[in-house]
Design a protein around this ligand. Structure first.
Ligand code: HDE
Length: 705
């Protein structure tokens, strides 16, 4: 008998199939298959036969499914989108049209990544994040292969293998995974003071982004823009997220690594699916060639920033990520970025780190992607026409026609022809170079501490506390006492207060003797405290409910948060529905024990006596609120919901005076009212706290989480 269930299933399958052309299972040769669950055998219980070409092909292909993961930046997530300049102001500096023609939308693919962990490691580890953008411009592909920190650990690429060997899991036992908190990394740091500026960034909250959508990006190196006259301007590239830059706290990161190791990847995917497209502004810092030596650092040294107060970041255009990949492997894994993929109008400098990168990326991709034809993979293919005389090789996809594959030729009428600069050919910047062959670090690279101090001086008090805590955590995992001692000695060159605070936490004698004087300069742009935009768009708020919850309040909270672009998720003791006070039912999005406060930006407990009583007796609910409070997130309750806040030890939870009112103190918002809608100000106060990301002034050091 055909059941309703069966019909529904059939309709569902027909719906999925309607867009597909290949509805039948076949071999690689296109032969249709009628059975794929049992191998061909001689007799029902007999041996498997070699002639079973389908079984052999299926298993052979499976055996070869894996390719080497990236040696660094193995774990990543990507998305498609577009870049569009605001106007043409940069046109007198560069002939790169995708940066100067406001009418041109250039398709892009962006891949975000962590650096140290393997492909399956957690997203929320303490690490640098990659921010690599491939612009499919009409003049060819341009790759801006940057990070979420504006400097790097080393100055010369020849030290990259040493650095990566030191930070990766130690070779004897392959531990720890995706973490810099181990002896070899800190041994390297202590011996290479050029790392210290970047190490300050790594120990800061910048290494714990709340979301790829809330993280800055930097090209790091000084590059060159080249204009129509061949004149060069030094340039640093910046990405600024429209939602502001925000970070998690370390305790939260460690818990998320267990609750949702795909936290950043999922956030990127879900926001694009929800139509909340991540956006970033591209900005540039420009320096005239004539000003090359005007700074107290070398522009070619990738361990230095140009402080924004010295050279402002000027906006160029907007990046929007609006489409998820169809297939992780084909697109996110097989994309191949390369710093040497430049287009006319953009050129290199002699930064020795950049020069090494210009060798390394192509080299590593030859093995990772199995030969020299990976530029033909769909995700790597330029939109610009491609015509080379390169032929054959593994994975060749093109069927080249004709007899010629050399230049020059007459047999193909000289094709493919060379282009002139006026026809869009790339022309290398003609830098004057002279000097003797020498293997020596430039003297102009030798100040390792000033900008580390600048970074430290620029931090808000809570950022400084987090940095000290991070150093203590990391060095606390280092077994060799002499390594701990040496790191503290290095920190003493940055700032005495920093070195002393770290020393006290890791069993090292605080430094004595006359300290290196702190230059006292700071750069406000470096502090996350100055990146708050106030928006609550895309923030996730947990609303805790149980039977007897005030359903009118729940509906109002959902509506008003959604009007502001945030998402309220209803968490109950179980999936399905709970009973509301007024006879309505409230749908539960998720059972509270499957989630955790760490997956939300804030929490609200609506009124309803029975609901509040049940939640206040539920360990998951109590822990949920206590932990959100500990992590300095906005916490709110209405009427009886306050009981749960009090059970969770939320110190600021106070009953508003009178029957109708709102109290807001350090991001703890409470309301009292007599039926009907929530009082004015409740959602506003909660949203105001949420818009600041965290309530850093709230002292929760004594609260256990
Ligand atoms: Fe990379 N880097 N890198 N790197 N890097 C790679 O290329 C390398 C550096 C960065 O999502 C590799 O295809 C050297 C700085 C990103 O696919 C490899 C040096 C910055 C990604 C490589 C550096 C980066 C990579 C590994 C020192 C920030 C991921 C797989 C000279 C500006 C791109 C691959 C993606 C990936 C080499 C330093 C960013 C091995 C030798 C500085 C975002 O080629």
């Amino acid at each position: 008998m055909v059941t309703d269930d069966h019909n529904a299933k059939q309709r569902q399958l027909d719906e999925v199939r309607k867009d597909l052309t290949d509805t039948h299972l076949t071999t690689q040769q296109g032969v249709r298959i009628d059975h794929t669950d049992d191998a061909l055998t001689a007799g029902e219980r007999g041996p498997t036969l070699l002639e079973d070409f389908h079984a052999r092909e299926k298993i052979t292909h499976f055996d070869h499914e894996r390719i080497p993961e990236r040696v660094v930046h193995a774990r990543g997530a990507g998305a498609y989108g577009y870049f569009q300049p605001y106007d043409g102001w940069l046109a007198d500096r560069t002939v790169a049209r995708f940066l100067t023609d406001p009418g041109e939308r250039t398709p892009v693919f962006v891949r975000f990544s962590t650096v140290a962990g393997s492909r399956g490691s957690a997203d929320t580890v303490r690490d640098v994040r990659g921010f690599a953008t491939k612009f499919y411009t009409k003049q060819g592909n341009y790759d801006l292969v940057g990070n979420n920190m504006p400097v790097f650990f080393i100055q010369d690429g020849i030290k990259f293998p040493d650095f990566v060997h030191a930070v990766k899991p130690e070779p004897d036992n392959e531990m720890p995974q995706a973490a810099s908190a181990h002896d070899t990394f800190w041994d390297f740091v202590a011996l290479q003071p050029e790392t210290l500026h970047m190490v300050m960034w790594l120990m800061s909250d910048r290494a714990l982004p709340r979301s790829f959508r809330m993280m800055q990006g930097f090209g790091v190196h000084t590059f060159r823009l080249i204009n129509a006259e061949g004149r060069a301007t030094f340039v640093k590239f910046h990405w600024k997220p429209v939602l502001g830059s925000h970070s998690l706290v370390w305790d939260e990161c460690q818990k998320i690594a267990g609750k949702d190791p795909d936290y950043n990847r999922r956030d990127l995917w879900e926001s694009i699916e929800a139509g909340q497209y991540p956006e970033y502004e591209l900005g540039v810092q420009l320096v005239e060639e004539s000003q090359e030596f005007d700074f107290d650092f070398d522009l070619l040294d990738a361990t230095k920033i140009i402080p924004e107060e010295l050279v402002p970041v000027r906006p160029v255009g907007k990046l929007v990520l609006d489409r998820n990949p169809d297939n992780f492997f084909a697109e996110t894994e097989q994309i191949a970025f390369h710093t040497a993929n430049v287009v006319p109008g953009i050129d290199f400098t002699n930064d020795p780190l950049l020069q090494a990168r210009n060798f390394s990326y192509l080299d590593t991709q030859l093995i990772r992607l199995g030969g020299p034809n990976f530029a033909q993979l769909p995700v790597n293919r330029p939109v610009a026409d491609v015509a080379t005389n390169q032929r054959d090789g593994y994975g060749q996809q093109c069927v080249h026609k004709g007899r010629t594959s050399y230049s020059e030729n007459t047999l193909a009428g000289g094709c493919p022809m060379l282009a002139g600069v006026d026809e869009g050919a790339f022309s290398h910047y003609q830098e004057k170079v002279e000097g003797r062959t020498i293997r020596k670090r430039s003297e102009s690279f030798k100040d390792f501490y000033s900008q580390a101090t600048l970074f430290w001086n620029s931090m808000a008090p809570w950022e400084k506390e987090h940095i000290v805590a991070a150093f203590r955590f990391e060095l606390g995992k280092v077994d060799h006492q002499h390594v701990r001692d040496s790191v503290v000695q290095q920190l003493d060159h940055i700032d005495r207060e920093l070195a002393t605070a770290v020393a006290e936490g890791v069993g090292v004698s605080p430094p004595t003797g006359s300290p290196t004087p702190n230059h006292g300069r700071s750069s406000p742009a470096l502090s996350l405290a100055n990146s708050v935009t106030g928006t609550i768009a895309t923030r996730r708020v947990a609303v805790l409910v149980a039977d007897g919850v005030d359903a009118t309040e729940v509906a109002q909270i959902q509506r008003e948060l959604s009007e502001r672009g945030a998402l309220a998720e209803i968490l109950g003791p179980h999936d399905g529905r709970v009973r509301g006070t007024d006879g309505h039912e409230v749908s539960v999005d998720r059972a509270i024990n499957t989630m955790g406060s760490v997956l939300y930006d804030g929490v609200i407990v609506p009124g309803g006596a029975d609901s509040a009583r049940e939640l206040s007796a539920d360990g998951y609910a109590i822990h949920f609120v206590a932990e959100a409070y500990k992590h300095q997130k906005p916490v709110a309750a209405s009427d009886e919901g306050m009981e749960l806040l009090q059970r969770a030890g939320v110190a600021e939870a106070r009953q508003p005076d009178g029957v109708n009112g709102v109290v807001a103190e350090l991001g703890v918002v409470t309301a009292a009212h007599t039926g009907g809608a929530l009082p004015d100000g409740f959602i506003e106060e909660f949203a105001a706290a949420l818009g600041k990301h965290r309530v850093w002034e709230r002292d929760t050091s004594a609260v256990p989480a």
